[in-house]
Every structure is written in structure tokens, then in C-alpha cells.
Design a protein around this ligand. Structure first.
Ligand code: ARG
Length: 585
């Protein structure tokens, strides 16, 4: 909670006891932000909610509370309004004190978690030998932001990449390699398998057309499972090459993950099925072993099974997730496990969670969360495709964002008659281009679909990365021009809030901690984006009205502090979105 609200809450609780006795010690002061700034900053609805219990009219209750309320350090005298609300307006002196405190704090007043817990964030998780697609891009960007936010809050975060590196598709791929690239099974050296996506397609075609090949592929799975050296060799080659391709994307995005793919849990799968069996949860259905789910039915209203061992003896995606879940709790000691995938997998996770709960694997202090997200769409809400109609490769998508940024930048430099080095241009293009893609994703409520548009995300106007980065650059320009060294201003810099725009900006600056704890709770990065966007707007309104470098001495220092706090808040907030700032652009 916001420290101001926390303080006010305590004061209200004391006033309630003083006015009505200890019976009211647990009464909720019902403090909410004011619905309209003209009523002040906060409002208490307690008088209305206590009317019945006290048998008194709300305005009379409000008067009694106000008489006992000792908040002169924090607020202007409270006002009773309407049927009996208590309206509160923060005092400028109080805000000045709070700003001084955050100015002196490298964490900008955001307290780290009191009792940090271990959190697993399972994100990105592409599949070997398949293309990493825009869905994985969303998972990577959202997961990284969530991990960064939790890390900043001092939680103990394990960023896990649950790559799809196991399963029957490898039988097909290895059988195909045996025919088309026999060297892949024997060589000890690195070997370029060419385009893996094409390879996958060819293998699949062979598989679909040829019965004998299907049989070879099945045997290949068995060999791989049994650890046959040549099959393993081919599997490793496939994984290694995919890994390198994924790494290019992670490097571009500056995202770090620990790979712990599906294969890691392979030795644990039989144990999972045995334990479910011992617990009496397993039912055999058409040769497959499954758990019948509660609350899931088919069209005929019959309970739906979650298969954990297929009739051919193989295990599947759900079995692996059950094993992973148990491992993360028992070995990793995770207390919160967060899965970031497209909304299409929501029922998969509900089912896996249900089975794990019924098996008694989830202690009460462990929270399991699936964080779903919507689709990335092309223009007109259609599937995102290249002009020639193919699926967009992530590498190309990111490169295009960088190239377009560069073109815009070069035009702007020409217009402004500026000449910059190639190094400067390349760096700005990369930072702005990648940030624009990230921000466009994070600024949407993740549960909705969004339309991918370079024009929109690269615009210098609106709720975009370039707009935000530019606000930061503008502030850095002020301190450069005034040759200000903020370290030297120290904590004795007196802050004075006089103009309305200064007060509005100050109040917004003090909300960062509350916003971050919301993001930590709801795992909705768009709240942080919205906060930063409003911060930039409030800063611009302040800067339009209030001269900074030209102001007289006392005001000048105070306004410089506001500029510096805005810049630091932007820098910190953007860093949690995975966006670095630029000093010039
Ligand atoms: N590999 C999966 C996919 O591409 C995502 C895995 C998500 N994580 C998990 N534990 N199931 O759809």
C-alpha cells in the first residue's frame, strides 16, 4: 500500500476508537482516491458504511470522526461532503517532505519486499526445431517485465525457459536426419542443419506420406529414450542449433533465461504417473491412463479426462507439467509459480493445477498463476503475415523495427541539420526500435489481442516508447543546459510546491511504489506503462507552465529536483519494462 494511505488509515482507526470505542478498532476507514481532484486527494466512506451499526446519520458520524482525527501533519482540515463523505487534501508541506525523502533514496521510496519469496517465472519457452513465433515473443517480453519487477521488489526469482525439447516429434526428425543428413548421427563436430523449420516441414511430410517411415520414427523415439548414442547425438545437434537461433532473439531483446526444457523432467515422468496411481486418482480409459477432471465435461456432459500416459506408453505435455510443478515446489522451493503463455493454454493449466492439488502436491503457501495473453494480429485484425503471405519471422520483425527507426531518425537529423556518428545512429535505432516493439506489447492489457503496427509503435506522439524516451531525453537536456550536478544538490535541496502543475506532478511521483505493488499482484505490466505515460504528460504540463532554468533561485532548485525525480522515475520504470534510456536521441 501507498505509505500515505497507510498512515491515514492508522489515523482513522485511532479516531474511530476514540469516537466510538474499541468495538470499532477493526472498522475499515474505507479510504479511496478521490473520484474528482476538485474534492481533494482521498475520500473516506466510513461514515456511510457505519450508519447501520451505529444507528446514527452519516453526517453526524463524519463530524465525530473528524473531531478525533489527528492528521494536521498530512492534510488540510478535512471537509464533510454530500451524504457524509470525508474529503482529504494533502498539504503541500507534507508532499514536500515525502519528495525530499524519495529524492535521497536510490529506490525512489519503493520499499523492497519484507519477506522475499522464491518465485518461478516460466516464460518464453519456444519449441526446438520449430520457429519461435510472435506468441513466444509476447511471452518473452511480458515474462521479462514481470521478472524484472519482482526482482526489483527483492523477490528471489528463477527465470525458467521451459523449451519444448522432448517428445515424439524428435523421432520423426531424427529418422529424417538418418536419411537426409546421416552425418548428424555420427559427427562429433558442429554441423549446420540448415533451415530447421524447412527440415521440420520435410520430416513431417515424409511422416505423413510413408507408413514405413512412421514406424522408423516410432522406434527412433524408443531409441532416444533409451539413450542410444547416435540418436542422442542428433537430438543434441537439433537442440544446439535451435538454441543458437533463439539466443539471437534473446540478445536483441536483452532477456536472460535459464533453460530447463521438457527433457529435464523426463526421468521424473514415470514417478508422477505411479504416484497418481497410488493416490487412486488414475483411471484407465481406452488404454490410456488418465485423471477424470472435476468441473470439465464434454458435450455429452460426461467428465473429461486429463491423459497422463498415452495408450502407446508415452507421456505428454501435461505429464511434463505435473513433474515440473512438483519439482519446482519440492526442489526449487518455489512459493509462487507464474506461467506466461497465450490464453489458448488456460484450460491446460487449470487442469494440471487441479490434478496437482488433488494429489496434495500444492502446499497452502504456494500460489500457482497462469498469466494468459491475447493474440498479436496483423492489420485489420487478421493473422500477422508478411507481404508475400508467410508467417513473420521474429528476427525479421525486430530488424524491420530497427530499420524503420533508423530511416525516421535519419530524416529527423537532416531536418534538424544535425550530424551524428554511425555509432550513435545505430545505437539509437536499435534501442528505440526494440523498445517500441516491447512497449507496444506491454502497454496493452495483456488479456486482449492487439494489432501490430510499426507506424503506431514508432510514433513520437501518444503512448509509445519513443514518446517516453523522448521525455527522458528532454529532461536530461535541461540539466545539461543548466550544468546541474544532482549529486551536489543533496538532500537539503528545499522543495517548494506552489503551482497546481507542480502539486499534480509531485503527487504522481509519489505513486510509484503503489503502482509497482499492483503490478506484482495482478501481473499487468500495462499499469506501469500507463503510470509512466501519465508521468510524462504531467511533467510536460508542469514544464509548459513553470520555467525551470529561468526561475529565481529557490524555485529553480525545487523545480530541478522535480525534473530529476521525473527522469529517475522514468528511467527506473522503463528499466522494469526492459527498456533502457538514452541520454540523447
Ligand atoms: N512450449 C510451449 C509452447 O510453445 C510453452 C510452454 C509453457 N510452459 C509450460 N510449463 N507449459 O506452447
Amino acid at each position: 500500500m501507498n505509505p500515505t494511505v497507510e498512515q491515514l488509515k492508522t489515523k482513522f482507526q485511532q479516531a474511530l476508537i476514540a469516537a466510538f470505542g474499541t468495538d470499532y478498532a477493526a472498522a475499515d476507514p474505507m479510504l479511496v482516491p478521490a473520484s474528482n481532484p476538485k474534492f481533494g486527494d482521498y475520500q473516506s466512506n466510513a461514515p456511510l458504511s457505519l450508519t447501520k451499526k451505529l444507528g446514527q446519520p452519516p453526517r453526524a458520524i463524519a463530524e465525530k470522526i473528524v473531531q478525533q482525527l489527528d492528521i494536521t501533519d498530512i492534510c488540510q482540515p478535512p471537509l464533510i461532503a454530500g451524504p457524509g463523505f470525508i474529503n482529504l487534501t494533502l498539504k503541500p508541506e507534507y508532499l514536500e517532505g515525502q519528495l525530499n525523502a524519495i529524492f535521497a533514496d536510490p529506490r525512489l521510496g519503493v520499499a523492497p519486499a519484507k519477506n522475499p519469496i522464491r518465485v518461478v517465472v516460466d516464460f518464453s519457452s519456444p519449441n526446438i526445431a520449430k520457429e519461435m513465433h510472435v506468441g513466444h515473443l509476447r511471452s518473452t517480453i511480458i515474462g521479462d517485465c514481470i521478472a524484472r519487477t519482482l526482482e526489483f521488489q527483492s523477490e528471489d526469482v528463477l527465470r525458467l525457459n521451459h523449451v519444448g525439447d522432448w517428445g515424439t516429434q524428435f523421432g520423426m526428425l531424427i529418422a529424417y536426419l538418418r536419411e537426409a543428413y546421416p552425418a548428424a548421427l555420427t559427427t562429433q563436430d558442429a554441423l549446420d542443419l540448415g533451415d530447421l523449420v524447412a527440415l521440420y516441414r520435410q520430416a513431417k511430410q515424409r511422416f505423413d506420406e510413408d507408413q514405413a517411415f512412421q514406424e522408423t520414427a516410432r522406434q527412433e523415439v524408443v531409441k532416444l529414450q533409451a539413450g542410444a548414442e547416435d540418436s542422442r547425438r542428433a537430438w543434441q545437434l537439433l537442440c544446439e542449433q535451435s538454441r543458437q537461433e533463439f539466443q539471437v532473439i534473446y540478445d536483441l531483446l536483452d532477456v536472460h533465461l535459464t533453460e530447463r526444457g521438457e527433457s529435464f523432467y523426463n526421468p521424473l515422468l514415470s514417478g508422477v504417473v505411479e504416484d497418481l496411481d497410488q493416490l487412486g486418482l488414475l483411471v484407465e480409459d481406452a488404454g490410456a491412463k488418465c485423471v477424470f477432471l472435476e468441473g470439465f465435461t464434454n458435450k455429452a456432459g460426461e467428465p473429461l479426462p486429463l491423459i497422463v500416459k498415452k495408450s502407446d506408453g508415452g507421456y505428454n505435455y501435461a505429464t511434463t507439467d505435473l513433474a515440473a510443478l512438483r519439482y519446482r515446489i519440492q526442489q526449487d522451493q518455489a512459493q509462487r509459480i507464474i506461467y506466461i503463455t497465450d490464453a489458448g493454454q488456460a484450460s491446460h493449466f487449470t487442469q494440471v493445477f487441479q490434478v496437482a492439488r488433488r494429489a496434495g502436491w500444492i502446499p497452502d503457501n504456494v500460489e500457482l498463476v497462469h498469466v494468459p495473453f491475447g493474440l498479436v494480429q496483423g492489420e485489420g485484425g487478421k493473422k500477422l503475415k508478411t507481404r508475400s503471405g508467410e508467417t513473420v519471422r521474429l528476427r525479421d520483425l525486430l530488424d524491420e523495427a530497427i530499420a524503420r527507426t533508423r530511416a525516421d531518425l535519419e530524416t529527423r537529423l537532416k531536418e534538424e541539420g544535425r550530424s551524428e556518428t554511425e555509432e550513435f545512429i545505430a545505437n539509437v535505432a536499435k534501442v528505440v526500435g526494440i523498445s517500441a516493439v516491447k512497449y507496444a506489447d506491454l502497454s496493452q492489457n495483456r488479456t486482449s489481442n492487439y494489432v501490430f503496427s510499426y507506424d503506431k509503435m514508432l510514433s513520437l506522439q501518444g503512448n509509445t516508447a519513443p514518446y517516453m524516451l523522448y521525455a527522458y531525453v528532454r529532461i536530461q537536456g535541461i540539466s545539461r543546459k543548466g550544468e546541474i550536478n544532482f549529486q551536489q544538490l543533496g538532500s537539503d535541496a528545499k522543495i517548494l510546491l506552489q503551482e497546481e502543475t507542480e502539486l499534480v506532478l509531485a503527487k504522481h511521483l509519489l505513486q510509484l511504489g503503489a503502482v509497482l505493488s499492483e503490478v506484482e499482484q495482478d501481473l499487468l505490466p500495462n499499469r506501469l506503462c500507463q503510470y509512466l505515460f501519465e508521468l510524462s504528460q504531467k511533467f510536460n504540463q508542469f514544464y509548459d507552465r513553470c520555467p525551470v532554468l529561468q526561475a529565481e533561485e529557490s524555485q529553480r532548485t525545487s523545480r530541478l529536483v522535480l525534473c530529476n525525480l521525473t527522469a529517475r522515475t522514468l528511467k527506473l520504470g522503463l528499466s522494469l519494462l526492459g527498456i533502457p534510456v538514452l541520454e540523447r536521441m
